[in-house]
Design a protein around this ligand. Structure first.
Ligand code: NI
Length: 162
């Protein structure tokens, strides 16, 4: 597995539901967690590694690593917050994105166990960011046109330098 970067069309595609929980599902989740840790990220979604399945992993400060398969966002708070986001597929650039403050999400673990959690703060933000990846949406797609083009220009510039 390797992380696909901005410009790769796969990142714009919608992921398919996981139909069967197998040893492969567990292996995918483990590899994604390892890759997320290696990249010092707080979340990673299937499409970011070319795995077009509805799976993502998270690991925010003070929390345990989590795996979400076939997730549904059941509730989102009216209250929203603006906070800086980045993405392992767009390394080195950050921008403020507005998202609901609290959410309720239902999903399955890599072993096929269903669960529902309420999340707020950074975890809620990361879950929503990763969920977007399953729909082919990047955080920069949630910015104004101007902010989006600024972020892309900065990313391109950074890419040329490195
Ligand atoms: Ni991302």
């Amino acid at each position: 597995m390797e992380i696909l970067l901005l410009g790769n069309e796969t990142l714009k595609e919608k992921a398919r539901p996981v139909k069967q929980f197998t040893a492969e599902t567990v292996k995918n989740a483990e590899e994604m967690i390892a890759l997320m840790h290696a990249g010092k990220g707080v979340g990673l979604a299937g499409p970011q590694v070319g795995l077009m399945e509805r799976i993502f992993v998270t690991h925010v400060d003070g929390d345990v690593p989590r795996v979400f398969i076939n997730p549904s966002i059941l509730e989102t708070s009216e209250k929203t917050v603006r906070y800086e986001e980045g993405c392992l597929s767009i390394p080195g650039v950050y921008a403020e994105v507005t998202r609901p403050e609290k959410i309720k999400v239902q999903a399955w673990s890599e072993k096929g166990k269903a669960f529902t959690i309420q999340a707020e703060g950074i975890l809620a933000r990361v879950i929503l960011h990763e969920y977007d990846h399953l729909e082919g949406t990047l955080f920069i797609d949630r910015l104004s046109k101007l902010a989006r083009s600024r972020v892309i220009a900065k990313y391109e510039k950074r890419k040329r330098v490195s």
